[in-house]
Design a protein around this ligand. Structure first.
Ligand code: ADP
Ligand code: ASP
Ligand code: MG
Length: 593
């Protein structure tokens, strides 16, 4: 018999009428012959209200008590949904995370799922009940209630779908599906019919609040078909399928996203030697803070500058950690800037096409948006801008890539999701143990690239656009781009290209920057890129730390970094490539899938 999981977000159960409507949807699905598990969030803004209450009685509520409190929001709504189903004549039983047997680690307020038992749910389902599971919560080994982090009901839903080997996980929310960007920010945003796991992972972690990014990690790891739909639609609109395929076969950009409150921390004058990165990011990782947009400016006199961004809410904890390392190093200055936004474009197509970065930078420059930092990965480009420019920047890139227009139809979609039942029983058991653990698929060395650095770029709009327009005009395929801190108003911009075009790229950049008041152009004909690929790369804050530790141990100096949901890349000296590869392989041997 087929089984579906239906998740209802806060707005979809905000009133008694909406609760009854959700109950009807589940009963209808059951009448169509499915077994049904509902996953329900707290009603409306109840979780926010509980957070406010906690802050009203206590300045720093303990994480354990916070979980005890926040989990009650979902307990209210599952009971009400069960009652609504009873009222409509159906059979239903509500269960808390602990009652289901959702085991998590004990990191309160951001717990990770370790295992889920299916027995109780399966017995109820076989007995004709609709099972109503409280989203966003579990219990640790000692029976303490834990929560998975804000927005975590999506993760509960996809995780339940994975263990129950559901045919589909439907996410009911207050919009028609996943849009090219937040429809509340850009009116022209278009609902996508499909979006690939990898794109959705990036979009979710770069600000697209429609899905909890860890739910997409589950979707990818366990091949769960995810279908995002509008709970308010009576016509059963098709929504968006999150699966292996992208909507378009050839578009460079599929969607864009904005994070509203970022802070940037810069460490000026750290030692440019193996081990520095490890020291810095080790302490931040220990504070459980996720960092992004890590930029290391090419050093002078044995010193380098490191800058990175964190969510504004994590700033205090990060500064505390960083100041300790800064004093260990000696004469390091710590600078920090708040009120920033990150604008990103994401698309599988950009991995193989030239001329994406220049279009993005040009669109921003034409709208007068100054770029304060740039980082890229194979399928995304992120820029840091002033918060006041955030929405304007998002609209500019949405317009530039014509995301409001539907892409050409495509017919070569994957037939199925290669679901779990096609794996061997032993494989399923192995994968479901420690469900949310990091999985590393591969560690690689790329010896094909060289690097160009434009030093001392003035902090004004349009320069990155001019440089990358010139590079794109020559069809040079750029891999990594990193633009740094600009601590004295002058930033360095580095990018990598295939080794055989380094000389050409230097010429092109020299011509393009002649009148722009930049510093000298530097180049390295051969650099090595070491990459670690997997699932959970960024949400497991320790991956970068483990890489830096292994490289430091092997005396390999990290010169450039970029991170994405699927991989971390570091640039090292070409001669150290093999040593770095061996060190990383050894460091990740225990989590290699
Ligand atoms: P729920 O309570 O159902 O979990 P959320 O508020 O968490 O709902 O997520 C839905 C919201 O996500 C939408 O109302 C929309 O404003 C926002 N959003 C942000 N980015 C996107 C996007 N790319 N596509 C659709 N919605 C988005
Ligand atoms: N109620 C929780 C929150 O508001 C979980 C969720 O809605 O996904 O964050
Ligand atoms: Mg949500």
């Amino acid at each position: 018999m087929s089984l579906i999981v239906q998740k209802f977000g806060g707005t979809s159960v905000a009133t008694p009428e909406k609760i009854t409507e959700a109950a009807r949807k589940a009963i209808r699905a059951q009448q169509q012959g499915h077994q049904v598990v509902m996953v329900v969030s707290a009603m409306g803004k109840n979780t926010d209200m509980l957070v406010d209450l906690a802050n009203a009685v206590c300045s720093g509520p303990s994480a354990r008590e916070m979980d005890m409190l926040l989990s009650t929001g979902e307990q209210v709504s599952v009971a009400l949904v069960a009652m609504a189903i009873h009222e409509l004549g159906g059979k239903a039983t509500s269960l808390t995370g602990g009652q289901i047997g959702i085991k998590t680690d004990n990191s309160h307020t951001k717990a990770r799922i370790q295992s889920i038992s299916t027995d109780r749910m399966q017995t109820l389902l076989d007995d004709g009940h609709i099972v109503i599971a409280a989203g966003f919560q579990g219990a640790d080994d000692e029976g303490n209630i834990t929560t998975l982090g804000r927005g975590g009901s999506d993760t509960t839903a996809v995780a339940l779908a994975a263990v129950l080997q559901a045919d589909e996980c439907q996410i009911y929310t207050d919009v028609d599906g996943v849009f090219t960007t937040d429809p509340r920010m850009v009116a022209q945003a278009r609902k996508m019919d499909r979006v690939s796991h990898n794109e959705m992972l990036e979009l979710a972690s770069l600000g697209a609040g429609v899905m909890h990014s860890r739910s997409i990690e589950f979707g990818k790891k366990f091949n769960v078909p995810i279908h995002v739909r509008n709970s308010g639609s009576f016509t059963d609109e098709p929504g968006t399928v999150i699966g292996p395929d992208s909507e378009s076969a050839d578009r460079p950009v599929s969607g864009c996203a904005l994070t509203k409150s970022e802070a940037r921390i810069s460490l000026i004058g750290v030692p440019d030697q193996p081990g520095t990165m490890h020291q810095v990011f080790g302490v931040i990782g220990a504070a459980h803070v996720a960092v992004d947009m890590i930029v290391q400016d090419v050093g002078a006199d044995g010193l380098a500058d490191i800058a990175f961004t964190v969510m504004e809410g994590d700033l205090a904890a990060t500064l505390k950690a960083v100041k300790k390392v800064a004093s260990d190093f000696g004469n390091v200055e710590v600078q920090c800037e708040e009120g920033l936004s990150k604008v990103s474009v994401v698309g599988l197509g950009m991995a193989t096409q030239t001329g994406v970065a220049d279009r993005m930078f040009r669109a921003l420059a034409d709208d007068g948006v100054n770029i304060k930092a740039i980082t890229t990965s194979q399928i995304k480009i992120s820029v840091l801008v002033d918060k006041a420019d955030g929405q304007k920047a998002l609209r500019a890139v949405h317009r530039e890539f014509e995301l409001e227009k539907p892409p050409a139809a495509r017919s070569d979609f994957s037939e199925d999701h290669g679901r779990l039942e096609q794996s061997s029983p032993a494989d399923i058991v192995a994968r479901l143990q420690r469900m949310e653990d990091l999985t590393i698929d591969n560690v690689t060395l790329d010896q094909s690239q060289g690097r160009i650095t434009v030093t001392d770029i003035p902090d004004e709009p349009g320069i990155a656009a001019q440089i990358f327009e010139a590079v794109a005009a020559e069809n040079l395929l750029v891999d990594m781009i990193v633009q740094g801190a600009g601590t004295d108003g002058l930033a360095d911009l580095s990018f990598t290209v295939p080794r055989d075009v380094v000389t050409k790229a230097v010429q092109v950049v020299e011509d393009a920057t002649r009148d722009l008041n930049c510093g000298p152009i530097e180049s390295e004909p051969a650099i090595a890129i070491l990459s670690v690929f997997g699932i959970g790369i960024r949400s497991h804050v320790g991956v970068g730390v483990r890489m830096f530790a292994a490289l430091a141990e092997a005396k390999v100096n990290v010169e450039m970094i970029n991170t994405s949901e699927m991989r971390v890349n570091v640039v090292v000296d070409s001669a150290q490539g093999d040593a770095g590869l061996q060190a990383l392989k050894a460091a990740f041997a225990d989590v290699k899938s």
